[in-house]
Every structure is written in structure tokens, then in C-alpha cells.
Design a binder for this molecule. Structure first.
Ligand code: ADP
Ligand code: MG
Length: 377
């Protein structure tokens, strides 16, 4: 019987996971270096320690019946160590290894015969010259590991710009990708359990600003055929990865209706926040079900939804406009309990539940609602 779940990482995803686990009676322990982290505030307990603090990781393993993680930029050795000691971790370190490294991830996707952006491994100037010749410009150089929310990425328009980035990156291994002129960005949230049951949520349409997710629209405004293809690709990738838990596959949809995989997140995802308010079983509860060997719940959308992130702007830590925002009964607000609204930091989100279709009017309504919010000192 699983009673206690350990979560490495106490950010907003750890917090929403804990909030999803409590109604079913589980105890949740979060490990995060920051005291009273967003996850720690709602969990039963928090171990305050670095993600690679082996003694603390061991304590988490000892006190938990199963350990999971809320993001992929954690030390692989921490997860391997827990597995060696015989503790249950889901998803496994093998899944983490592939999905935390953009190069291994793209090779894996290609080996599954699923299209990705053209890419190349970059360690030297010679690699760069070869990539420039094979793939051309413009492109994006990304650190192979450690990036998130557009961090660790540089758009480059010619070889001299690319060389400058390489010099700046120092010894960090990079990946070069051709810049895709996509029509839309899409994502599929899916959950797989140990019996290879897989459920996929409706396809999300995502709008990013400065590399950070700004808005998710569900269902995506795409033909059924493309939605079905994206869901099939996501299921195939989950199956081939052998992942246990909720995961997300991000896609670029091109003008030629081609779907290119951008990346895979081995965890609940920002674009799946809407599942808390708009579906019968959230991506977090679904993750819980998978890692606790409970039956998965076929995703059921109660209403169309638009999710908008509330980011810090660096202009202060006090949020204004929530009362105007909540005058609209179709809006559900989530705030993460973060102290400082640093520019670009994910402070919260809201989901607008729609009676009708997702169209220009409803998108404009969501954007107008978002514009009511502001941060001051
Ligand atoms: N090869 C690419 N072509 C076009 N846009 C890209 C490319 N790579 C990244 N982007 C843009 O930057 C965003 C963030 O990049 P991504 O690779 O998903 O990294 P992360 O989400 O981990 O920061 C993407 O959602 C997309 O908007
Ligand atoms: Mg991404």
C-alpha cells in the first residue's frame, strides 16, 4: 500500500501535484532547497536540501513509498541512487536520462520514426560549420541540459553569431536546431501506467512569449486528423520510453501539416494546468494514479478552456486586479505562493472555462482579463 509520496522539487508543479494527492488521503513530502517552497507550503512536510544532497535524497526515499519528481533538471545520480537502494521511483532514471538531455531526446524521437526539427550536436567550431552547411540558418543553439522557459537558448542568424554563442557557452555541450517557421505550437498531455495503459488528453494549442508559455487553448483549433496524429505520436513515445506517470510532448505544426516533436517533459506540464478545472481527472491526479498503480481515468473535458500564465514583471510583489478578474465567474485563479514576482517568474495562472467554442472573441476575453492584473511594490 502506498501511503507517502516523495516529490523532488517544490515548485508550482510539485504544489499542484500535492494538492491533487491530498483529497485521496496521501501524505506528500517535498524536497526543495528553498524553505516553504510553493510545494512545501501545501505538502505534509518538506526536506530543505539541494536536489543532489545524497543524504537528503536518501531520507526522502526512506520516508516515502514512491518517489517522483516535478521537473527534469535534477541530478540523474540522485534518482539512480534511490533505485540502487531499492526505493521505487517513477518515472525511472532511464526515462529521466533521455528526457533531460535535448540531444538524447531528439535522437530517441528520431529512432521512434517520429519527425523532429533538424538538429546537430555541437561541441566545437567544426561541429558548428558542419551544422551550418547541413541545416542552414536561422537556427537556435540550446544547452543540451538544464534549460527551461527559454533559458539557455540563443537564436542565431549566421555563423559568426553562432560562433559567439559557442564561445560564451564555454564547455557546455550544445544542440543546434533549425528554427521552425511553425503555424502553431501544440502539446499533448498523456499518462502511462506500468501495465502500458495510456490515456491522452485533448490537444493543447500553446502561445509562447519570450520562450515562456503565455496561453494554452483547449482544444487546439486544428483538424481532427492532426489532433489524432499528435495523440498517436505522444502515445507511441510514451510506450517506447516505458514511462510511468504523466508526461507531455510538445510539437510544432508546420504550414504543410507536418508535426515535428520539439521536446518531451517526463512530468505534468504547464500546458496541462487547465485539466485541474476543465476535466474530470487532472494531469496531477492521473500522475498519482499511474505511480500508485491505480486505474487511469479516461480524460473527459467538461468545457473548453483557455489558460493564461500570470508571470512576474519585476515591478513589485503585490498583485492587483484579482477582484476585477474574479468578477467573471468563468475564471478560476491559481496562485503559487511565491514571494518575489521576479520578471518572467511563473507566479500563477488562471483558467477561463468556456460555455461555447474557442474563438477570437473568447481569446480576446481571456487576454482582456489577463490585462486586469498588475504587480506593484
Ligand atoms: N527549433 C525551434 N524553432 C522554432 N521555435 C523554437 C525552436 N526551439 C524553441 N523554440 C521556441 O522556444 C520555446 C521554448 O523552447 P523549448 O525547446 O520548448 O525549451 P524549454 O521549454 O525547455 O525552455 C518553444 O516553445 C518555441 O516557441
Ligand atoms: Mg518547451
Amino acid at each position: 500500500m502506498i501511503h507517502t509520496i516523495g516529490v523532488i522539487g517544490g515548485g508550482q508543479l510539485g504544489r499542484m501535484f500535492a494538492l491533487g494527492a491530498k483529497p485521496m488521503g496521501y501524505d506528500v513530502i517535498v524536497l526543495d532547497p528553498q524553505e516553504r517552497s510553493p510545494g512545501g507550503q501545501v505538502a505534509d512536510d518538506q526536506i530543505v536540501a539541494a536536489y543532489d544532497d545524497i543524504a537528503a535524497i536518501e531520507e526522502l526515499g526512506r520516508r516515502s513509498d514512491v518517489v517522483t519528481y516535478e521537473f527534469e533538471n535534477i541530478a540523474i545520480d540522485s534518482v539512480r541512487h534511490l533505485e540502487k537502494l531499492g526505493y521505487r521511483v517513477a518515472p525511472s532514471s532511464d526515462v529521466l536520462r533521455v528526457t533531460q538531455n535535448r540531444l538524447l531526446e531528439k535522437r530517441f524521437v528520431r529512432d521512434c520514426a517520429i519527425p523532429t526539427t533538424g538538429f546537430a550536436s555541437i561541441n566545437t567550431e567544426a561541429d558548428l560549420e558542419r551544422a551550418a552547411e547541413e541545416l542552414g540558418f536561422p537556427g537556435v543553439l540550446k544547452t543540451s541540459e538544464g534549460g527551461y522557459d527559454g533559458k539557455g537558448q540563443w537564436r542565431v542568424y549566421d555563423l559568426s553569431e553562432a560562433r559567439a554563442v559557442l564561445a560564451e557557452a564555454g564547455a557546455a555541450p550544445l544542440i543546434y536546431e533549425r528554427l521552425v517557421m511553425f503555424e502553431r505550437e501544440l502539446s499533448v498531455i498523456a499518462t502511462r501506467d506500468a501495465k502500458n495503459e495510456i490515456v491522452t488528453y485533448p490537444v493543447c494549442e500553446n502561445e509562447h512569449r519570450d520562450g515562456i508559455l503565455a496561453m494554452t487553448i483547449v482544444p487546439a483549433r486544428i483538424p481532427d486528423e492532426i489532433a489524432a496524429r499528435a495523440q498517436m505520436m505522444a502515445a507511441k513515445l510514451g510506450d517506447r520510453l516505458g514511462i510511468v506517470g504523466t508526461y507531455c510532448v510538445e510539437f510544432f505544426l508546420t504550414a504543410a501539416s507536418e508535426l515535428l516533436v520539439n521536446e518531451i517533459a517526463p512530468r505534468p506540464h504547464n500546458s496541462g494546468h487547465y485539466t485541474i478545472d476543465a476535466t474530470r481527472c487532472s494531469q496531477y491526479e492521473q500522475h498519482l494514479r499511474a505511480i500508485c498503480a491505480l486505474p487511469l481515468s479516461p480524460p473527459h473535458l467538461f468545457s473548453n478552456a483557455i489558460m493564461m500564465n500570470v508571470l512576474g514583471t519585476g515591478t513589485g510583489d503585490r498583485l492587483h486586479g484579482t477582484s476585477e478578474l474574479l468578477a467573471d465567474p468563468s475564471i478560476v485563479l491559481h496562485l503559487y505562493g511565491k514571494k518575489h514576482a521576479v520578471k518572467g517568474r511563473k507566479m500563477g495562472h488562471f483558467t477561463m472555462l468556456l460555455d461555447g467554442p474557442v474563438d477570437d472573441t473568447s481569446i480576446a476575453r481571456a487576454k482582456a482579463a489577463h490585462a486586469m492584473l498588475r504587480w506593484t511594490k
